[in-house]
Design a protein. Sequence first.
Length: 71
Amino acid sequence: MGFKQNNPLSRKVSPLNETIKKENQGKFTEWSKDHGYSSVAAGANAVMANKDNYSSGVVKMANFAKNAQTW
C-alpha cells in the first residue's frame, strides 16, 4: 500500500488554516485572552453558556471554536 498525498495525517498545515480566512485567524484566541479566560475552550464554553450577553460575532466565533475541537 503506497503513501497517499491526501492522507490527513500527513498534513503539515492544520485544517483550521484552510477554513479560517487569514485576516480572522487568532481573533477568538486573542478575545479569550483579553477577557481573562485561560484557554480558547474556556472562553467558548463561557460564551455559549450565556449567548445573550455577547455580540453575535463573538457567539459565532465561540461556536466555531467548539465545533473545531472535534476535528
